[in-house]
Write a protein that binds this ligand. Sequence first.
Ligand SMILES: Cc1cc2nc3c(=O)[nH]c(=O)nc-3n(C[C@H](O)[C@H](O)[C@H](O)COP(=O)(O)OP(=O)(O)OC[C@H]3O[C@@H](n4cnc5c(N)ncnc54)[C@H](O)[C@@H]3O)c2cc1C
Length: 400
Amino acid sequence: MLADFRSALIHLNLRLSAFFLIISHLSMPASVLSYNMKQSDLTSDILIIGGGPAGLSAGAVAAELGAKVIILDDNPVVGGQLIKQTHKFFGSKSHYCGVRGIDIARILETKITHPNITMMCDASAIGYYEDNVIGVVQGEKFTKLHAPKIIFATGAAENMIAFPNNDLPGVYGAGAVQTLMNVHGIRPGRRALMVGSGNIGLIVSYQMIQAGIEVVALIEAMDRIGGYNVHAAKLQRLGVPILISHTVKYATGKDFVTGAVIVKVNKKWQPIKGTEKKLKVDMICLAVGLTPLSELLYQAGCKIVYVPDLGGNVAWHDKNMQTSIPGIYVAGDASGIEEASTAMLEGRIAGAAAYQSLKGVNLQAQEIIKLSKTELDQIRQGPFGTRPRLGKEKLSALKI
Ligand SMILES: Cc1cc2nc3c(=O)[nH]c(=O)nc-3n(C[C@H](O)[C@H](O)[C@H](O)COP(=O)(O)OP(=O)(O)OC[C@H]3O[C@@H](n4cnc5c(N)ncnc54)[C@H](O)[C@@H]3O)c2cc1C
């Protein structure tokens, strides 16, 4: 258990180091980044950053069509978010409905055994340099990768909310809690307050109960539950109070969280005085949305636009997932927060489109793109598809 905890901390530390390296590079002018970067150590036709459902699907399609592909991911195993999702997925049969996320990851893994694919794990892309060169840190080693086509499938980062003491140990993002529990076998606390009633908040609350954590309450600022009723009902049957129109006012504690004060909010999400309640908890878990990871795309010079329906700043892209820079593609949550099913479909489109832009028009690639677009349209007709559909329509309407 101690070793797991250490490895979780080391992993977190590496992620933070990579993040700060990216941030420090982002503040440099592009001319500095081009220094000594003309030669790359490894080349491929298509380089894919991110080995989640989007990146793995893009790689499988491009390799099958005949392209040489490198996929890199900063985790020790492939699958992205899926490696911690122990619940059975919703959706359609063709997108693994009823299969657990961890099992979908293993299925996708079998699709990247093609000899055209080189998979690099524990490898963080830390910077984009001119001529499509990506700087990669893998352990102690720094490598430069080059490809004429790059697909960014970097996923998303968790949102935080501002309240006094939100920097105390014991305040977590829901994804971090899921990683600690389901990947590293660590129980991060004993009594939890969950903030956010979207599917992530509901599902992670249930998984906390499975891990032996008491979920004292789940609060939601909106005046309704955000996620599927079936997940909410499961929690309510287990006695978890779901309090709508509530937010967290502040956390208590000196060295770590010892409690939380929650408060009722009005329709404008303003706290209503006198409605405060104290909860004795040792962890506060935030499931308050995700933001697409667009830093590397920004660094590459792609046009970035703010589209709230897609989760924030995203690289503008066309229906073939190509950004404003020819040869640079984006797919999955990095192109707008959605689901694993849509991430896989966008990945397939990006993989086939990148292949065609490299090798010319190909009937099989065209068929993959057509079919995937039809399936995306169908998924986005559903109740949870409205926001991403509107977001993507806003992108299409923009003149770039
Ligand atoms: C609790 C929870 C429940 C969910 N339930 C469902 C569900 O039931 N059905 C459904 O369809 N979807 C579900 N989802 C959503 C789904 O998991 C995501 O939409 C999907 O994983 C997005 O895929 P992706 O490939 O775009 O990104 P990710 O899965 O996030 O993969 C991106 C990968 O890129 C890596 N990466 C990022 N930056 C770099 C870098 N610089 N260098 C190297 N690697 C990098 C990341 O570490 C990660 O491994 C759920 C999500 C959560 C959190």
